[in-house]
Ligand binder design. Structure first.
Ligand code: ADP
Ligand code: MG
Length: 449
């Protein structure tokens, strides 16, 4: 009865909102209670709840009233569809009690749920993140068996959160029964410490130990928190022993997180640790074009290259600058072009005195390897200089987007094929050799501080 009413309401709403909105926000909802003006609608997650509350409450109310239901108050509750279906299968009358019983789950999901916007489909793969992407894809196929834990690390705005949540979203999509818990380390720490202090609030360790997949973001925040580390150690062991998948992110590799207990550090190194690097020029261009396209804009090559040349460190900044440009053009009804982009970005660049030069790349690379900059540009063929020189060439290409002849001439080489060869060699080495990969990441980071 309630269901057919709700189907009618949905049918009417479907006619008035976009297909995407309907599929995203309405499709998996259900009317679970309707009595004396009180209406309760079950939704699958916190995002739907928020979206419906903020944007669609009035419309839902109007549509219900058109269908002769009086409405004083609408409440949205979070309820996973699988539980609901299981309950209905047992006995339709159980539904109402099931909802009451699952109310704590609703609060549990709060703040921990997966963000539906972080999916593999919108993640752009380039040489800076392809290993991490591949590992994440592999986990979806067989969680808990391949890389456990998977430890993703890298600087801010490089896609760690996006990628790890994509794993969660995809696992849930393929298997709606899977219990995937995403949490920030900060939330874990805060909650744990609060429970330790409080007399009334009890720490519920089973909440983290009884899941199929635990995704825990920004592990660097556990540094120095001894009691929490101890608790997390047991959580980790319990999940790992049960072959449950653990995915961790951090801004640094396990060995570089200060004041991390050794036993926890060694656990983190059990599985696979992969870094996400700053995106190279090609990837930056691809990201800009794709994201502009998703917002219904096309960018010409000049504008893309301008943005990709001027914003090099991370994807969040790249997205921010693009959104700023698109919003500006949307308001004025103009097309995004080079002139507008450079006008807007002028401000960003002014607050960012650091503009990378060839000199800096050579100096920082030399310093990292404790060799002299003059040696890097000299004809010397000693082994301890050849690799730094090749890395410097690689960085000139990936960070400054220089042509091969220009790279060759800056490094005192006559033949530009040397530059091509060196850049290719490092590109390959980055994929195969973790030491080189780490060296390049370290130098790149130093370039932008
Ligand atoms: P991190 O967790 O490493 O700080 P995020 O995952 O929050 O970074 O990414 C920052 C922003 O950039 C997010 O909006 C994310 O969707 C976007 N982003 C990061 N990497 C990519 C990528 N490879 N393709 C598309 N978007 C990306
Ligand atoms: Mg993050």
């Amino acid at each position: 009865m309630q269901n057919s009413l709700w189907q009618t309401v949905l049918g009417e709403i479907e006619l008035t909102v976009s297909r995407a909105s309907f599929m995203t926000w309405f499709k998996n909802t259900e009317l679970v209670e309707q009595q004396g003006g009180q209406v309760v609608i079950a939704v699958p997650n916190i995002f739907t709840k928020q979206q419906l509350e903020v944007k669609f409450t009035q419309q839902i109310k109007d549509t219900l009233e058109r269908n002769k239901v009086s409405v004083n108050h609408i409440e949205f509750i979070i309820q996973s569809s699988t539980k609901k279906r299981a309950a209905e299968a047992i006995h339709p009358a159980v539904v109402a009690t099931e909802i009451v019983a699952s109310a704590p789950t609703a609060t549990k999901t709060k703040g921990n749920s997966l963000n539906p916007k972080y999916v593999f489909e919108t993640f752009i793969v380039g040489s800076s993140n392809d290993l991490a992407y591949a590992a994440c894809q592999a986990i979806v196929g067989s969680p808990g068996t391949k890389y456990n834990p998977l430890f993703l690390y890298g600087g801010v705005g490089l896609g760690k959160t996006h990628l790890m949540q994509a794993v969660g979203n995809e696992i849930v999509r393929q298997n709606p029964q899977a219990d995937v818990l995403y949490t920030s380390t900060q939330a874990f720490v805060d909650e744990f410490l609060e429970c330790m202090k409080s007399r009334s609030k009890q720490w519920d360790s089973s909440r983290y130990r009884n899941v199929d997949v635990l995704i825990i973001d920004d592990m660097q925040f556990i540094a120095g928190k001894q009691a929490t580390q101890e608790e997390f150690f047991h959580t980790f062991n319990s999940l790992h022993q049960a072959n449950k998948q653990i995915i961790i992110s951090s801004d640094k590799p396990p060995k570089s997180i200060p004041t991390l207990e050794d036993r926890l550090r060694s656990r983190f190194e059990w599985g696979m640790a992969i870094d996400l690097q700053a995106p190279d020029f090609e990837t930056r261009c691809a990201i800009l074009q794709t994201k502009a396209g998703q917002s219904g804009f096309t960018l010409d090559r000049d504008t893309v290259e301008y943005l990709a040349t001027n914003i090099q460190t991370n994807i969040r900044e790249l997205e921010g600058a693009l959104n700023q440009l698109l919003a500006f053009c949307e308001m004025r009804g103009t097309r995004p072009d080079l002139q507008t982009a450079s006008g807007l970005l002028g401000n960003v660049r002014a607050s960012r005195p650091h503009h990378l030069t060839v000199r800096q790349v050579i100096d920082k690379t030399a310093k990292h390897f404790q060799v002299e900059p003059v040696d890097i540009v000299s004809p010397k063929r000693d082994k301890h200089i050849v690799v730094p020189r090749q890395i410097a060439m690689y960085l000139l290409r990936s960070e400054l987007h220089m042509s091969f002849p220009k790279i060759a001439s800056e490094l005192g080489r006559k033949d530009h094929t040397t530059a091509i060869h060196s850049v290719e060699k490092i590109e390959k080495a980055i994929k195969l050799d973790f030491i080189i990969r780490q060296q390049v990441t370290d130098i790149r980071e130093k370039l932008y501080v």
